[in-house]
Design a protein around this ligand. Structure first.
Ligand code: GRF
Length: 189
């Protein structure tokens, strides 16, 4: 069975969906580690509550990205992690992790890439007035949300739907499809 590490900086609802999918057998993987740059975020709480090992760091305690990524890499290698899964990790992955995990880091983005990359994908798409929203699961490269696309899922907005309602539907789509897609990637399907 492949080992994964999830990276998260926030609420961790997708991390929870991954935990649930592993528990139910929908996602066959060993969740070796949660990595977080926000030691007091909800994702860390969820990991602790579920007995998952955690590695947290404060970027300002390190001498730059290379330095904290080397610390992360050490933790990943110690646990023989096969694949890194980003789930709301609010940092750009740098060369240390990219070179060691080439095409083995995947990310979830809440828009239909290449439209609306960056930290505010849902709001940006809503403000633009798009009628079809969705999510993208992609490999991570050195750009911001530019890596090759693994899969996308979409829905049509209803008349009068608010941005909050759209956001809820996006998150539901993420929870439904991210774990299943991770399973397919890990098993080379
Ligand atoms: C998700 O919307 C994901 O698409 C984006 O960050 C958000 C993380 O949400 N990359 P959560 O922390 O999993 O609830």
């Amino acid at each position: 069975m492949k080992s994964i590490a999830v990276f998260a900086s926030g609420t961790g609802s997708n991390f929870q969906a991954i935990l649930d999918a592993i528990a139910s057998g929908q996602l066959q993987a060993h969740l070796a580690l949660l990595v977080s740059d926000k030691p007091s975020c909800k994702a860390v709480e969820r990991a602790v509550a579920n007995g998952i090992e955690v590695f947290t760091f404060n970027a300002k305690d390190y001498d730059g990205k290379e330095s904290y990524e080397n610390a992360i890499l050490h933790e990943l290698q110690k646990r023989q992690v096969d694949c890194v899964v980003l789930a709301g990790y609010m940092r750009i992955v740098g060369s240390v992790l990219l070179s060691h995990f080439h095409q083995r880091i995947i990310n979830l983005h809440p828009s239909l890439l290449p439209s609306f990359p960056g930290a505010h994908g849902i709001e940006d798409a809503y403000k633009y007035g798009v009628k079809v929203f969705g999510i993208t699961i992609h490999y991570v490269d050195e750009g911001v949300d530019t890596g090759s696309i693994i899969d996308q899922f979409a829905f049509h907005i209803e008349e009068g739907e608010t941005v909050e309602e759209v956001e809820c539907r996006i998150h539901a789509l993420e929870h439904q499809y991210y774990p299943a897609t991770i399973h397919r990637v890990l098993n080379g399907e």
